[in-house]
Design a protein around this ligand. Structure first.
Ligand SMILES: C[S@@+](CC[C@H](N)C(=O)[O-])C[C@H]1O[C@@H](n2cnc3c(N)ncnc32)[C@H](O)[C@@H]1O
Length: 244
């Protein structure tokens, strides 16, 4: 049910306004992203993150990178400037279709549609870098834990995992407000969200201590964490992990 909801919401968002759903800047709603500018943000993000990762792990092999929650390929396309091969994976089929359409790197970048709560479509120990930003925060927490375990499985020994995840979820203001005023209207709103009739981009989080404990338990060594602003004012961290 959680996976169905996760997938249905993202497929709807991807059909309605895919570039805005990927990068929600205020004046970009209604399919107003300029495509070249949109992909330039990906190159900027990846360059910054890879400079940081190289500072911590100068020895990292650059054969194959995984972009988990690749969307329309904003980051996978940029990762292809640094890795021989890139695989982008996403739960939403319309995102994958657009990513394929925007692919500038031929067979060096492949996109995989994965409507599953694990990464069983990917072999063990196959990636030098597992990379995921502004994605885990939109996935139900029970599923996040599973994907983190899978990141460790698909990363090769000596490889690295870099991901961003908030440690604090937002308070839902409507829970404390008088609007909508009637129980029926409240139920209707809850139902429309639960049935993904009104797709909502939810923000989820896991406490930092829990994330670190999980990673260490499943064969990772957290070599650094740094605060980021990917989740607005919420406490959010980027984790850099080495697979033992
Ligand atoms: C905000 S977008 C970010 C896309 C990309 N990381 C970027 O920064 O350009 C979040 C992406 O995560 C994908 N996603 C959501 N739940 C997922 C899941 N369970 N597995 C894989 N991808 C998922 C969505 O379909 C969407 O493409």
């Amino acid at each position: 049910m959680r996976l169905w909801h996760n997938k249905t919401v993202w497929e709807k968002l991807a059909r309605e306004d895919p570039y805005w759903a990927v990068l929600t800047l205020p004046d970009t709603t209604g399919n107003r992203w300029e495509i070249e500018q949109f992909f330039a943000t990906g190159r900027e993000n990846v360059d910054t993150d890879l400079t940081y990762i190289a500072g911590q792990r100068p020895d990292l092999r650059r054969e194959h990178a995984l972009d988990f929650g690749c969307g329309v390929g904003r980051l996978s396309q940029a990762l292809a400037d640094h890795f021989a091969q890139v695989t982008g994976i996403d739960i939403a089929a319309p995102m994958i279709e657009l990513a394929q359409k925007h692919n500038q790197h031929g067979e060096r970048v492949r996109y995989v549609h994965n409507p599953a709560s694990d990464l069983r479509c990917l072999p063990d120990a196959s990636f030098d870098l597992v990379y995921s930003v502004i994605t885990l925060q939109h996935i139900p927490t029970a599923l996040i834990r599973g994907y983190l375990r899978e990141f460790l499985r698909v990363c090769r020994p000596g490889g690295a995992i870099y991901f961003q995840l908030p440690a604090e979820a937002p308070v839902q203001p409507w829970r404390f407000s008088w609007y909508p005023p009637t129980l029926w209207m409240r139920f209707k709103r809850w139902f429309r969200k639960a049935a993904a009739i009104d797709p909502e981009m939810v923000m989820n989080a896991l406490p930092k201590a829990e994330v670190i404990a999980l990673l260490e338990k499943h064969g990772g060594t957290v070599i650094d964490t740094r605060p980021d602003h990917a989740a607005g004012d919420l406490e959010s961290w980027s984790y850099l992990v080495t697979k033992k």
